[in-house]
Design a protein around this ligand. Structure first.
Ligand SMILES: Cc1cc2nc3c(=O)[nH]c(=O)nc-3n(C[C@H](O)[C@H](O)[C@H](O)COP(=O)(O)OP(=O)(O)OC[C@H]3O[C@@H](n4cnc5c(N)ncnc54)[C@H](O)[C@@H]3O)c2cc1C
Length: 130
């Protein structure tokens, strides 16, 4: 597989909840898990961004390559097995799961995260944690 080309001088303003303008020297935006794995194999040092709701980005810019996960947003539901890519919004997952008559993710509804960030941070609310 050919490694995806990074975006250069990429403004992360729309990728953090504070809407801080922060220019990443290099940003990778994988469309698939395979592309993400390939990017990870080729980088020694990197920062992964979810919904950017628990980070304060430097307004002087980011030298370390940034990996954005918002395009990794597939959900598969087979009976009571829910498979989710890391860029799915927590609130959206909460809604979809409820619409499929499954329970347990209601607490994620108000948290402005992606599932990858929620797992990394162990997001919690109302006595429940991911
Ligand atoms: C208005 C508001 C309300 C909030 N309410 C709650 C709440 O009720 N409960 C709660 O627990 N938190 C809450 N938070 C905090 C925040 O939403 C959580 O910490 C959330 O889990 C962060 O997820 P994110 O996708 O935004 O991660 P980011 O902020 O993008 O990243 C956070 C960390 O996770 C890492 N990360 C992100 N995605 C991945 C990935 N795919 N793989 C590996 N590492 C990854 C990042 O590198 C970073 O270190 C709130 C924040 C805001 C702004």
């Amino acid at each position: 597989m050919k490694t995806i080309q990074p975006e250069l001088n990429f403004n992360l303003k729309n990728f953090n909840t504070y809407k801080l303008s922060s220019i990443a020297d290099v940003a990778y935006i994988p469309n698939t898990i395979e592309e993400l794995v390939d990017v990870l194999k080729n980088l020694d040092n990197f920062v992964i961004l979810g919904a950017g709701s628990n980070v304060i980005l430097s307004t002087t810019g980011i030298k370390t390559p940034v990996i954005l996960t918002h395009k990794l947003n597939k959900i598969e539901i087979a009976e009571n097995i829910v498979s989710v890519e890391c860029g799915v919004k927590s609130a959206y997952l909460s809604k979809i799961v409820a619409e499929n008559s499954l329970s347990g993710f209601e607490f994620l509804a108000p948290i402005p995260s992606f599932i990858g960030g929620a797992i990394y941070m162990n997001a919690s609310a109302h006595g429940q944690a991911i």
